[in-house]
Each structure stands twice: as C-alpha cells, then as structure tokens.
Design a protein around this ligand. Structure first.
Ligand SMILES: NC(=O)c1ccc[n+]([C@@H]2O[C@H](COP(=O)([O-])OP(=O)(O)OC[C@H]3O[C@@H](n4cnc5c(N)ncnc54)[C@H](OP(=O)(O)O)[C@@H]3O)[C@@H](O)[C@H]2O)c1
Length: 320
C-alpha cells in the first residue's frame, strides 16, 4: 500500500488509542487532532511519530473555520471519529471535496433499532430509537449520497460497544457500573432485567482500528459503503454474567426480575443506560466487512471484555 498522510480527528480517544499506532506501523504519516486535554488510554512507542494538532472542533465549527483548518493539514485521508451532526459532516465535506482521496466517518450500530432477522445486516431497514442514532443515520445517508452523486470518497464504519484497556466496558446488566463486575467476582447475587436474554454487541477498539486500516487499504471496495464493525457474535446478558463469574472461579448468582421492578433497584442513570441497550438488543453481522475488507476481528466479545476486566482488577476499579 502506498504510504499516505492521514489525519485522525479525535485521535486520542478509545479508538484513536489503537488506531494511530496501527496507522504509523503501517507506514503512514499520522496527524491526531484534539484539544490535547487528554492522553491516549495506553502508551505506545508509535505515538512519538504521531503529529499532535491541537484544535477545538466545537469552537472552530462555530467560527466556520474547522473545515478550512482540516484542509490546511493537506492530508490524503481524513478519519473523522467525532462527528455527531449532519451539519458538522456537511461543513467538513464542503471543505474537503476534491481535496482528499478518502474520508472515513465513525458511525454506530445504534443507527439500527430493534432487529428482526438477526444478525442484522447493513441492508436491513433502520429504525433508530434515539436522537443519537437518528443523527448518526442522517450523517450516513448524507455521506453515502455525497459519495454516489458527487463522488465524494466517503466510507462509514459502525462500531458496537467499545472495549479496551483503560475504561469500564458495558457490563452484564448493560450499563457501566463497575460494581456489577465486582459483585460477580466476589460471588454476590446480581439481578438482571426480564429473562437476561437480551443481547449486547461489543467490539475491541483495536478491532475497530483494524477495520479503519483495512478500509483505507481497500479504497475501491470501501468508498460509498458502510460496514458494521463488531465482534463475531453478540452475547446475552445472562451468558455474559455467567462467563464473568467463571473468570473468578465462581458460579454466577443471577436473579431475573421484570423490567419495571428491576429499574427501581438501580439508580436512574444506570436504568436509563440499561434500557438504551436492551431496547435495541443489538446483534449485528460482520459478513460484509469480512467479505469486502477482509476484516478478521482478533477478539470475540468475551475475550475483549476479559482483557479489559483484568486491567480494571489490576487498577483496583473492580474488586475481585
Ligand atoms: N463509545 C462507544 O462505545 C461507541 C460505540 C459505537 C460508536 N462510537 C462512536 O465512536 C466515536 C467516538 O470515538 P471514541 O470513543 O474513540 O472517542 P472518545 O474516546 O470520546 O475520544 C474523543 C476524542 O476527540 C477529542 N475531542 C473531544 N472533544 C473535542 C473537541 N471539541 N475538539 C477537538 N477534539 C475533541 C478527544 O481529545 P481531547 O479531549 O483532548 O480534545 C479525543 O481525542 C463516535 O463517533 C461515536 O459515535 C462509540
């Protein structure tokens, strides 16, 4: 592959932590754009070769200068990890049209609502059930239209729930409360809503990075297309809880209660996050990314989560 100059907008977050080093190791010249308020989740020697560009996207967009500032970086490829509105996408497309070889946008599997025939494919009808999902769908539709009508070289990747070393993954109760992991690790009972048979679909952030790299390498197969980027299989909440307890040599103590009762047993924030996940119960297919990009996730869901949980135990966040 020819080596290119690649700008990663939001390059120090969950995905960028893995993506920027991978791009450097593939021989590319990498620029990471952020406010420089935070460092990547994990150190990597390749960061020495990443050019850090400090910029506040929100402020630049309000001033109408963000697109011109990204264009001035003279990149062959732009990977946008932090776009949440169609206006934001349009601003960038208008500035970069005719100037970039490839533009990759990070979407989300939440462009889908509850599935019908699962695993859900990219062709299946979308019925997002949140403002976030609807905005991401609007961005996807806009970018694909720009690719097909105006030959703007856009690709969209839709990750599942991101997992990696350094943050709490979505837990077996489908929220981010680390106590659920501690309870399972110490053999305490947990409660799950309904039958515990709703699903969640994680992906290791390094596998998302792999997919971006492959999409960059497979220009002709990826331009004008969107792809799910998740692990090979979703997991049920019950199966996930049982696996976590087993990692600590325990049998999971699980009590299932109806949703209306369950939501009273946790705080409002956790209940809201759990509902957001189980109402969709994502279960997405990666067949398209496998076929067209050669995407081969290194991690199944539980492997990715186990690695993250080990890190959280070592860091004292999860009490084992
Ligand atoms: N989290 C998930 O489970 C999940 C699941 C599916 C899809 N996604 C998608 O993944 C993407 C987010 O990726 P991520 O989770 O890797 O990002 P992230 O961890 O939230 O990181 C955000 C990055 O953007 C930078 N940033 C934040 N505000 C900024 C601003 N105003 N101006 C410039 N830079 C700014 C941050 O650095 P500074 O703070 O230093 O500026 C950081 O580099 C989104 O498109 C989201 O829809 C996420």
């Amino acid at each position: 592959m020819r080596h290119m100059r690649i700008a990663v907008i939001g390059g120090t977050g969950h995905i960028g932590t893995y993506l920027c080093p991978r791009l450097v190791e593939a021989g590319h010249r990498v620029l990471s754009i952020s406010r420089s308020l935070r460092e990547p989740y994990a150190p990597h020697p390749a960061w020495h070769d990443v050019q850090r560009v400090t910029m506040d996207r929100v402020g630049e967009e309000q001033a109408g200068t963000f697109g011109a500032a990204i264009k001035a970086l003279k990149s062959d490829v732009v990977i946008d990890l932090t776009c949440y509105t169609v206006d934001s996408a349009r601003h960038l497309v208008q500035a970069l049209a005719g100037d970039v070889q490839h533009f990759l946008h990070c979407g989300t599997i939440w462009i889908h609502g509850p599935g019908c025939e699962v695993p859900t494919s990219e062709q299946d009808s979308r019925a997002p059930i949140s403002d976030y999902g609807r905005r991401k769908l609007e961005i996807e539709e806009y970018l694909l239209a720009e690719a097909r009508r105006n030959r703007f070289p856009a690709t969209i990747l839709h990750p599942g729930h991101l997992v990696g070393q350094g943050w709490v993954p979505l837990n077996p109760a489908a929220n981010f409360n680390s106590r659920v992991f501690s309870d399972l690790a110490q053999g305490r009972e947990i409660t799950l809503p309904n039958l515990g048979m709703e699903t969640v679909h994680h992906v290791h952030a390094d596998d998302v990075a792999q997919a971006f790299l492959r999409a960059v390498s497979c220009w002709s197969a990826s331009v004008g297309e969107s792809f799910h980027v998740v692990s090979p299989a979703a997991v049920t909440l019950r199966g996930y809880a049982e696996a976590v307890a087993n990692w600590f040599g325990r049998a999971a103590q699980i009590r299932c209660v109806p949703w209306e009762e369950w939501k009273q047993s946790v705080n409002e924030q956790d209940a809201g996050i759990t509902w957001d996940h189980i109402a969709r119960s994502p279960n997405c297919s990666i067949a398209k990314a496998q076929r067209l990009l050669g995407y081969q996730p290194r991690y199944r869901s539980l492997e990715a989560i186990r690695e993250a949980v080990q890190w959280l135990v070592a860091s004292g966040v999860i009490e084992a």
